[in-house]
Design a protein around this ligand. Structure first.
Ligand SMILES: O=C([C@H](O)CO)[C@H](O)[C@H](O)COP(=O)(O)O
Length: 210
């Protein structure tokens, strides 16, 4: 099981300062969608240059023109690129093909997928690297989480790794770990805490203990 730090509400210098504090506790650093919107793929490039040994995920949430966008994110230095599970099959297949060409990985974000079991089974046949259940900020605001969804995809996904994101905190991490995802994605549960380093260290310890 791996830990991914999501950087969402920061600019590039703030992101670099945050990663410096927790780099020894995380496996992947996510350049979140809001950061890409504010700073562009330059954020991916600068974080990868600052931390070459960390895997960098570009959370582009691709919906169309997938091969082109995967190529641009790869050129910027991303190791993993996200596409939406609601995208067309041919877009997801195109993303996978381009990622393989570039030696990169694809994470499919299942945010807003209605029939999770069916779509997870389909997407799992396309050669993607990760399938991620995700409760976005808007549904988090009305008290939703993805813990049950994680169990749903764990039952049907046979090829890809499974991941979970959306409002995970230190207190809810044990419930997530119980479902044994391959990747746990945490944003505000680390970046919004007073003791950022302490929380990241504790999360890594819990994840390593499985
Ligand atoms: O993908 C995300 C969200 O849609 C904003 O782009 C977040 O990175 C993801 O939800 C993890 O962040 P937290 O919910 O704060 O843990």
């Amino acid at each position: 099981m791996e830990l991914q730090l999501a950087l969402d509400l920061v600019n590039i210098p703030e992101g670099i300062e945050l990663v410096k504090k927790v780099e020894k506790y995380v496996d992947i650093v996510e350049i979140g969608t809001p950061v890409v919107i504010n700073e562009g793929l330059r954020a991916v490039k600068e974080i990868k240059e600052a931390f070459p040994s960390l895997n960098v995920l570009a959370d582009l949430k691709i919906m169309d023109a997938a091969a082109y966008e995967v190529m641009k994110a790869s050129e910027a230095g991303a190791d993993i690129i996200t596409i939406l599970g609601t995208a067309e099959d041919m877009s997801i297949k195109g993303a996978v093909e381009e990622a393989k060409k570039q030696g990169k990985r694809i994470l499919v974000d299942m945010i807003a997928v209605k029939d999770l079991q069916t779509r997870a089974k389909e997407v799992d046949m396309f050669g993607v690297d990760y399938i991620c259940v995700h409760t976005g900020y808007d549904l988090q605001a009305i008290g939703k989480n993805s813990f049950e969804d994680l169990q749903t995809i764990k039952q049907v996904v046979k090829n890809a790794k499974t991941a979970v994101a959306g409002g995970i905190k230190l207190e809810t991490l044990p419930e997530v770990i119980k479902a044994q995802p391959d990747l746990v994605i945490v944003g505000g549960g680390i970046t919004g805490q007073a003791d950022i380093e302490g929380v990241a260290a504790q999360m890594q310890k819990m994840i390593k203990q499985g």
